[in-house]
Design a protein around this ligand. Structure first.
Ligand SMILES: [Zn+2]
Ligand SMILES: [Zn+2]
Length: 343
């Protein structure tokens, strides 16, 4: 089958023939219908040090996906052929300290789909049945393929109280827009989005007319947020850009005793002044890495079931897998929302 493989530390991927993945007794074989490009895939493409540390080469990449179960291992009881599934890419063992303490997200033996376990930029993928989220009948594979990044946005929003809170989302790429949508559905009262790319600013303004979307090249985001919050700042800052300057701003825009959720992937270490930004403010800082298993998936489902937020318009481009170079260029241009690769 054809797949996108990271073969070495060199920049880029190879589109090549690889063996069909084989399933074990507890696995399923999934025919990939579409896979979305994640910010972490862009970092992997460019061989960013923080991501390369997490990868075991050579590896079939990609982890945000949806597909149809076409083969079922002998011991699998929860899935059958024809089921539409998305894998939780944090492949947890179910047996370690964290898995036994309702914290599978921090599993000690965690495999990462597309990083240490063959991923979804391929025609087929073998995954353990216990990490598959089964979609309800009737949902489109495109909506299925963005469940995982939707979950990142939802977990960022829901990693602390949100109902009745003011929120600023730094970085209005796809996950930032998912986070704004989630913040609205789950009861945030005042929402700000901060973004530099003009196309994304325009898209966020169109999708969320009741939020204040700040183009940080034209407007000072901290000043704008302070003016709109009686000089107090926001209750919750969610950092999704992975940009050092945006990360500093998200603390500056925070109310005292507020909560910062750090989600964006930082390609390298950054300098940061703890004293004014965290200590004097008594700020609560949450690291967000993926989704709470399976709580976040159920929250995504609940959010979609309200019908109050349709994330599908945030998918703006689709490319055949073979045209991955163009797809990756588009995904990092700042001109796109989510970009899907179709095998
Ligand atoms: Zn992802
Ligand atoms: Zn575990």
């Amino acid at each position: 089958m054809k797949a996108l493989v990271k073969t070495s530390e060199a920049i880029g991927y190879e589109y090549k023939d690889v063996d069909m993945p084989k399933i074990g007794p507890k696995d399923v074989l999934v025919k990939i219908m579409g896979a979305a490009i994640c910010g972490s895939d862009l970092h992997a493409y460019h061989s960013s040090p923080n991501i390369m540390k997490m990868m075991q080469l050579p590896i079939v990449t990609g982890h945000e996906t949806c597909g149809e179960v076409v083969e079922v291992g002998d011991c699998v009881t929860n899935l059958k052929k024809g089921d539409l599934v998305s894998p939780e890419p944090h492949i947890f063992c179910g047996e370690c300290y964290y898995c036994q303490n309702s914290a599978a997200l921090n599993c000690l033996n965690m495999g990462l789909l597309g990083h240490t376990i063959g991923g979804a930029f391929a025609e087929y993928m073998a995954v353990p049945a216990h990490v598959c989220w089964k979609h309800p009948p009737g949902i489109s594979y495109e909506l299925g393929a963005i469940h995982e990044p939707l979950g990142v946005g939802v977990h960022g929003v829901m990693s602390g109280e949100i109902n009745g809170k003011s929120v600023a989302v730094f970085g209005c790429g796809p996950i930032g827009m998912f986070a704004i949508g989630a913040a609205r559905v789950f009861g945030a009262t005042k929402i700000f989005g901060v973004e530099v790319a003009p196309k994304r600013v325009a898209m966020a303004r169109q999708l969320f007319p009741d939020a204040t979307i700040i183009n940080s090249k034209e407007q000072d985001p901290v000043k704008t947020i302070m003016e709109a919050t009686d000089g107090l700042g926001v209750d919750v800052s969610i950092e999704l850009s992975g940009n050092a300057e945006a990360t500093r701003l998200c603390f500056q825009a925070l109310k005292r005793e507020g909560r910062v959720s750090l989600v964006g992937v930082h390609p390298k270490a950054m300098e940061f002044d703890f004293h004014p930004n965290i200590i004097l403010k008594e700020a609560r800082v949450h690291g967000v890495f993926g989704r709470v298993i399976w709580q976040t998936w159920w929250q995504v489902r609940a959010m979609l079931d309200t019908g109050k937020f349709d994330p599908l318009p945030i998918i703006t481009h689709r490319f055949p897998l073979a045209e991955f170079e163009q797809a990756f260029k588009m995904a990092e241009s700042g001109e796109a929302g989510k970009v899907l690769l179709i095998p």
